[in-house]
Each structure stands twice: as C-alpha cells, then as structure tokens.
Design a protein around this ligand. Structure first.
Ligand code: ATP
Length: 329
C-alpha cells in the first residue's frame, strides 16, 4: 500500500475520500481474516488420483454448519465471535451424515429452508463445515486443491450463468482445447445442437443479455452442454424446472439424463421421476436427516417423505405414474 499512498498524498480534494476508502477496505480485510474463508491449504493434494482409484463417492460425516452471517461479521470486530460461533440455535445443518456411493444418484428432498441448498454448497466447497467433514473419494475437501475439486464436481443450478460471448466461447471457457467436434457432441447430448445450427452464426452467435436471447430452457441446456464437455465425476444438480414450459422441461430432462448417467450425483429433487429413480433419498428437515431410504421404503414408513410425496411430488401430474425415462443410467 505504501506505493499507493505516496502518489495519493499528491492529490488534493479527492485525497481524503480515497484514503478513507482504502482504510475501510483494509478494515474489511481484517474482519475477513478473523473469519477464515475457504482457502486452499498449503501443500493441498490433487483429488483426481483418489477419484481414479476408488471412484467419486461423496460423504457428509457429522456435518454442522452455520452461515457466517452479517451480524456475526460486525460483531467479530468486537471480538465476541468466539461465543457466537457455538450458538447451536443458529446452525443451518445440525449433524448431517449420509453417503452417495460412487456412480449412485442420491435425491435430496425436504421442506423449504431444510438445508438442501446449503448441503450442495458444502459439497462444492463454497463453504467449509463448522464441524464434521465432507469427503470425496475419501479425501477431506479441506485437503485438496481447488482446481482438482472444480474438475471433479460440476454444478447445474437453476440459474444457468452464460457470458456475453459466443456459444462456442461459453463452452470453451471450461475446456479451452475442445475441438468443434467435441462441442457438437456435447451440444447434441444436451439436446441443443438443433437450435445452435439454426442460429444466424451457429457456434459464433453471441448470446447473453445484449446478444441472442435464449429461453430459460435453452440456457439450461447450454449449461448442461458445458457440464458434459467438462465431464466431471460428480454432478450437483438443483432440479427445479418449474418456470419451463412442458416442451422445454422434457428437453432439459433428456439432457440431464445424459449428464447424470454413470456419474455420482446429488440432486435437489423436485420431480417424481427423479425420486423414484434415486438409489437413495435423503430427507432433510430443519438441518437434520429425518429419514433416508428408497421411494418404496420411505412411502411404507409413512413419515415426512410420505407427506412430501403427497404434497410436492404426487400433484405434479406431468410425470405422475409410469416413471417414464427414469430407468436409464
Ligand atoms: P429451499 O427448498 O427453499 O431452497 P433449502 O432446503 O435449500 O430451501 P437452504 O437454502 O439450504 O434451504 O437454507 C437453509 C437455512 O439457511 C434457511 O433458514 C436459510 O434462511 C438459511 N440461509 C441460506 N443461505 C444463507 C446465507 N447465505 N446466510 C445466512 N443464512 C442462510
């Protein structure tokens, strides 16, 4: 900062404001230092050899998690963070354990606010657990490099993020060396090749806010193509498709079937066909695992899942009985 301060003192009117801004920025950094953010540990290991050797299982082991909330950060500067940290009433996850075996699909269900999204954020290591451990292929995520974790875990969220750039560039962002043939293959599997070839400039068509406007379903399928190109061993998927018309929804579903086939997947499930096809359903309620089992086992239990099934899943008539398309993988 010394080199910045020197020239700044030569400035007159703006000087004070800029200095104040710099000082508060420093203070923010100090506060952030008190709250260890997710950072790569020195000497962190590459996750991929373990994945290659034993498959990409995902395991949550006694996971307790509380969000580093805004009030906590300001209080942190008053040095009362130590007492706040252990207030169990503020824990979003309160001891969650379950395993997704390598290659299996686990559906995560539960009422709104139960902690489903939070679990998915811990698996992608957007946060570290407050207590307990998240492992992939037996490796504690705190011990692996962020690059190898990014290579191993792919995310499909409800909001597909596309850059204001060409279709090709949006895909090559994750695999700069991908050939046109590889792009085509991923786009075909994601059921979006037909659309891309109909665009004015094909792969070179600029998409995004100021470019060609893709529909929600098209954006999702492009995001799925990007995932397929990256071919991660683990897929974390937030399945909500409520805002799509039924034609888009069917196309997105086909694309997802491709994306999940043969991979370890953790799906925040909203569709009956998904929960029926899941190897295991984990039912979260208020930060704990209330039940786990298969669709048939949990219905027979007649507990929270059976309630959710009646209220959330069974009334989605579009994929009611039959479980169409649910049996591949
Ligand atoms: P939904 O089905 O409505 O998406 P969910 O099961 O995914 O819900 P989460 O989004 O994981 O639930 O939220 C669990 C709890 O954590 C909620 O009480 C929520 O308010 C809280 N929470 C979520 N994100 C944050 C955050 N960034 N900071 C503080 N609290 C949060």
């Amino acid at each position: 900062l010394g080199r910045l301060y020197g020239p700044l003192t030569a400035m007159s009117n703006v000087q004070v404001d800029v200095m104040t801004a710099l000082v508060s920025f420093e203070r923010v950094l100090e506060v952030l230092d008190l709250e260890p953010t997710v950072a790569e540990k020195p000497g962190a290991a590459d996750l991929r050899p373990a994945v290659a050797e034993q498959g990409a299982s995902v395991e949550l082991d006694g996971v307790v998690f509380r969000y580093p909330g805004a009030d906590e950060v300001s209080l942190a500067s008053l040095e009362s963070v130590a007492t706040l940290r252990h207030d169990p009433t503020a824990d979003t996850l309160r001891g969650v354990s379950f395993t997704v075996p390598a290659g299996a699909m686990v559906a995560l269900v539960g009422p709104s606010g139960a902690g489903k999204t939070t679990v998915s954020q811990l698996v992608t290591r957007m946060y570290d657990p407050t207590e307990g451990t998240v492992r992939i292929a037996g490796q504690d995520l705190r011990d692996v490099t962020s690059a190898s974790l990014r290579d191993t875990v792919g995310v499909v969220s409800q909001e597909a993020h596309l850059f204001h750039d060409s279709v090709g560039a949006n895909l090559r962002y994750v695999r700069p060396d991908a050939t046109d043939a590889e792009l085509e293959r991923a786009l075909r599997q994601a059921r979006i090749w037909g659309l891309v070839t109909s665009l004015p400039e094909g792969l070179d068509t600029v998409v995004g806010d100021r470019g060609y406007r893709l529909s929600g379903g098209e954006r999702q399928r492009l995001a799925i193509a990007r995932l397929l190109l990256r071919a991660p061993d683990v897929v974390v998927l937030d399945e909500a498709t409520a805002h799509l018309d039924s034609e888009s929804e069917a196309a997105v579903q086909e694309a997802l079937d491709h994306a999940l086939a043969g991979r370890t997947s953790l799906v925040i499930a909203h569709r009956l066909s998904t929960v029926r096809a899941a190897d295991l359903i984990v039912v979260l309620d208020d930060g704990v695992v209330a039940e786990q089992g298969t669709h048939a086992q949990l219905l027979a239990r007649d507990g929270l899942y059976a309630d959710l099934y009646r209220t959330q899943f069974a009334d989605r008539s579009s994929d009611a009985d039959g479980g169409e398309g649910a049996e591949d993988a």
